[in-house]
Design a protein around this ligand. Structure first.
Ligand SMILES: Cc1cc2nc3c(=O)[nH]c(=O)nc-3n(C[C@H](O)[C@H](O)[C@H](O)COP(=O)(O)OP(=O)(O)OC[C@H]3O[C@@H](n4cnc5c(N)ncnc54)[C@H](O)[C@@H]3O)c2cc1C
Length: 408
């Protein structure tokens, strides 16, 4: 093997987890190289952020750039089922911390984070696809293909897999493990929404339960430029009546009276995309010479928009532990990385489970809501799923089960 490129930290993928981890480590004084398969801006799904992730953006020194980028302000979530509607305002939350965020076109957002990481000194190499990884020697070695099709070799002190749904190390190292969730499929696209209902709040994501099939749901995420991301999530068999995605998405939207009314003038001027079987898990989030970030580790479900927040949380945890490891301090990857990350993921899992079995809807559409309990749930929906001061985080499943029983 000749011409090895030597790096301190090598990150696979320049999505949110890669750029935030890269910036944090570079700011701690370590030389970071990110290898990204694509050229940014590129389309990515996952456009509704949670306020908790603004704390991570702030830690990485990127707040000013994000705030000034002109994204759609977001202050909460609205849930709709037939003629019932309920809203969560993230500023009325139990936990301390930032209470607002943005709805972002990920092409622009991810490029902005990557540009910020470069501004801080991170070396991002575009159109470089990681093909193989070897952790058997003293240092991890990666094989990479550049845009010209040439094969290059990289060696690093440590590798972070931030390859998202690419899941490069889980595939190469046989780390994949079942998620426990049924396979679901999303159809989605960006439209010119032409919403002219002045009751409609563009500052909130709108999640609508399908009027006839309760585990089918839609998202409507308005952007600041008059366009919106719209999507539907269902088990694959639900779509079998349609033979193309464009017609399917429009028809399914029209099945819900409130969405049909809102989007009656909407222009579907872009191709409708689909993604199937996106929930994923791994046997381990770390190993000798590597750790998995964001979606390369575990991905639950899109319903509570937790993906980018979990991705950034993993980046902040890894940056701290790696810093300590490089300083030859004792580190315990399980105790300091996997377990703390998992605690927040498990909080979200309680709510994802309750969404699909209908108990979350029983709770949020219940007529007698206690403001202090709503504030605790609002905290979780705002992404503060690691705040152990919140009883609905500390004893997430037991607390939620009791509440759901009371609401039934
Ligand atoms: C239907 C759906 C809706 C969603 N909605 C939301 C939402 O509203 N809000 C939210 O927070 N999350 C949402 N998510 C989740 C969100 O998309 C992800 O959690 C988030 O993008 C994860 O970030 P990441 O940095 O881990 O990976 P990514 O953002 O996927 O970035 C990974 C990067 O790695 C690169 N890469 C992949 N393979 C290689 C390779 N071999 N070599 C080099 N580079 C590589 C890719 O090109 C990519 O740029 C949704 C997910 C789905 C499926």
């Amino acid at each position: 093997m000749t011409n090895n490129q030597l790096c301190k930290v090598l990150i696979i993928g320049a999505g949110p987890s890669g750029s935030i981890a890269g910036a944090l480590l570079q700011n701690k004084g370590y030389q970071v190289t990110i290898l990204e398969r694509q050229q940014f801006p590129r389309f990515s799904i996952g456009e509704s952020l949670l306020p908790q992730c603004m704390e991570f953006i702030k830690q990485a020194g990127m707040m000013e750039a994000v705030v000034n980028a002109g994204f759609q302000y977001k202050n909460g979530a609205s849930f709709v089922y037939k003629n019932q509607q309920t809203e969560f305002s993230f500023e009325d939350k139990f936990s301390e911390g930032i209470g607002t965020t943005f709805q972002v076109q990920r092409g622009k957002f991810d490029k902005l984070l990557a540009d910020e990481a470069v501004r801080m000194g991170v070396d991002i190499q575009w159109q470089m696809e990681v093909l193989t990884a070897d952790f058997s020697g003293d240092k991890p070695k990666l094989t990479v293909r550049n845009q010209q099709g040439e094969i290059l070799y990289y060696e690093a002190d440590f590798v972070l897999d931030a390859s998202g749904f690419g899941r490069i190390l889980p595939k190469l190292l046989d780390l994949e493990s079942p998620t426990g969730f049924p396979v679901r499929q999303a159809l989605f696209g960006h439209i010119e929404d032409r919403i002219n209902d002045n009751q409609f709040d563009r500052n909130k994501i709108r999640i609508t339960v399908h009027p006839g099939v309760k585990d089918v749901w839609y998202w409507l995420i308005p952007f600041s430029n008059g366009r919106s991301s719209v999507g539907v999530v269902a088990e694959p068999s639900f779509y079998s009546a349609w033979d193309n995605n464009d017609t399917a998405l429009k028809d399914i939207i029209n099945q819900d009276p409130s969405l049909r009314r809102l989007l009656k003038n909407g222009v579907f001027d872009e191709k409708i995309n689909t993604i199937i079987g996106y929930s994923a898990n791994v046997k381990s989030l770390y190993g000798k010479g590597y750790a998995l970030l964001g979606n390369a580790g575990e991905f639950l479900d899109p319903v509570f928009s937790s993906g980018v927040t979990i991705a950034m949380k993993s980046a902040t945890l890894v940056a701290d532990i790696l810093d300590r490891q490089f300083k030859n301090e004792a580190v315990d990857w399980d105790k300091d990385y996997a377990a703390p990350l998992q605690r927040g993921v498990d909080t979200f899992r309680v709510y994802v489970d309750a969404w699909y079995d209908g108990r979350f809807q029983d709770v949020i559409f219940h007529q007698n809501q206690k403001p202090e309990i709503k504030a605790m749930i609002s905290s979780i929906l705002a992404g503060y799923a690691w705040d152990e001061q919140n009883p609905y985080v500390k004893n997430a499943r037991a607390r939620f089960n009791t509440l759901a029983e009371l609401c039934r």
